[in-house]
Design a protein around this ligand. Structure first.
Ligand SMILES: *Cc1c(COP(=O)(O)O)cnc(C)c1O
Length: 427
């Protein structure tokens, strides 16, 4: 929402926006956690763990019941036989990331998938062995990359290149990424960046980075943990080589649920790519003949190792049913409005201690705003929490607030900013 379009700063106005919200009914389809006094929390932590859709329990129960009633025959019998359960999920998941179904699968968890994909896509050589990532990335990604570099016998001090913002800035400029690729691209084997940085909320220019990386002969992958279900993605058209994301943040599929995984179509039939194999990645047409030699299934499925945990798939299915009802455009319309409204109200506080470090351009961010409160500590965050808000605190002084378009309201945002204002007065 453009700031000049926001007419006033009252709760009545927020309630009016809620009334006009085309997605307002979706809020009722999620459970909100409750405070001790029985009131729901204002929940802004969808970037960490999405809320539970109310019908998830039923979809999971169908699996529990099929297991109870049919045991092993649940694989092939019943309304939703487990053997084919992933097909619907993959179709819908592919739409969310702008991919073809053959390019997407759901397996393992995110960090594990990054490793499995790097087995195929990080193939260092004496001349080209470096990995380019963003600084202040999610720690798990850094651990994974450093361990891969060491595994291949290289020294992370030399082989891991970290993109840093310019001095005094918090956002990494695309032009600076392109310069690094231009100057050092010939030594870079892999570019692996978080599509949205978890700390600053910056959305990177996936298309431009991929193009430039390819121009210099690098493989380009993305960790989309904070991007999937949150921003518009076009992994196929943007020519991204591979990507992985978790399903428990903006995809509302429950704690530790399975990770999505993308491998571009141009590798779909490339059986020469080295990979770590398992029986569930074997060509399904001959899998149960139990042959001795591995024949990878076409597409992303060829990277799967094990048969899927059905309870987790059920939770993902429940979430996908919600996403299926909406276009990404509808979701993003509300998202831009809601986050723009949050930004507007925070700026209206005119509090000198507050700095929003997330880019102000809606095209360079998702729903999350990272709010730096200078001179504050975690006590401020605890105070906000005790007033009924679940957000997220990152040392040393950043509060991350993610109003998600599926279940947050304009009134949520308004109330949070009032609470922030009050707590700052006392801080
Ligand atoms: C949430 C998140 C993870 C979590 O990894 P898991 O393997 O699912 O525990 C990893 N990387 C990024 C960038 C994340 O945001």
């Amino acid at each position: 929402m453009l700031h000049q379009e926001i007419k006033d700063n009252t709760l009545d106005y927020a309630l009016q926006l809620d009334k006009e919200d085309a997605l307002k009914a979706y809020r009722e389809r999620f459970y909100f956690p409750l405070q001790e006094n029985g009131n729901p929390y204002i929940y802004f932590c969808g970037n960490s763990l999405g809320l539970q859709p109310k019908h998830t329990r039923n979809v999971m129960e169908e699996v529990i019941t099929a297991w109870e009633k049919r045991a092993v025959e649940g694989h092939f019998k019943g309304d939703n036989p487990w053997m084919f359960y992933h097909e619907y999920i993959v179709q819908q998941m592919a739409k969310i990331v702008g991919a073809k179904p053959i390019e997407v699968t759901v397996m393992n968890t995110l960090t594990t998938n990054l490793h499995l994909l790097m087995v195929s896509f990080y193939r260092p050589s004496a001349k080209r062995y470096k990995i380019l990532m963003e600084s202040d990335a999610f720690p798990s990604d850094r651990y994974a990359l450093v361990s891969q570099i060491k595994f291949h016998g290289y020294d992370p001090k030399d082989a891991l290149l970290e993109l840093k913002p310019r001095t005094g800035e918090t956002i990494i400029r695309t032009e600076d990424i392109l310069t690094v690729l231009e100057q050092q691209g010939n030594e870079i084997a892999l570019v692996l960046i978080g599509g949205i940085n978890y700390y600053t909320g910056q959305l990177f220019d996936i298309k431009t980075i991929t193009q430039k990386g390819h121009e210099k002969g690098c493989v380009v992958g993305f960790d989309l943990a904070h991007a999937a279900g949150n921003v518009n993605l076009n992994l196929h058209d943007d020519q991204v080589d591979f990507a992985a994301w978790c399903s428990y943040k903006y995809l509302n599929s429950g704690p530790g649920s399975l990770s999505g995984c993308f491998v571009h179509e141009r590798f779909a039939h490339d059986k020469s790519l080295p990979r770590f194999a398992g029986w569930w990645g074997h060509n399904p047409e001959t899998r149960f003949l139990m042959p001795n030699t591995f024949d990878p299934a076409p597409g992303a499925e060829g990277w799967v190792n094990s048969n899927a945990p059905m309870l987790s798939l059920a939770a993902i299915k429940a979430s996908m049913q919600i996403f299926e009802e909406l276009s990404m455009k509808q979701l993003l319309n509300k998202s831009h409005q809601l986050t723009g409204y949050l930004e507007h109200l925070i700026l209206q506080l005119k509090n000198e201690r507050i700095e929003i470090i997330t880019p102000s351009n809606p095209q360079e961010r998702g729903c999350q705003l990272s709010i730096r409160v200078k001179g504050s500590g975690k006590a401020l965050f605890h105070k906000i929490h005790s007033r009924g808000v679940i957000g997220d605190w990152r040392e040393p002084d950043v509060i991350r607030i993610s109003p998600t378009p599926l279940y947050n309201s304009f009134a949520d945002v308004w109330k949070f900013v009032q609470i922030l204002k009050d707590c700052l007065l006392e801080d």
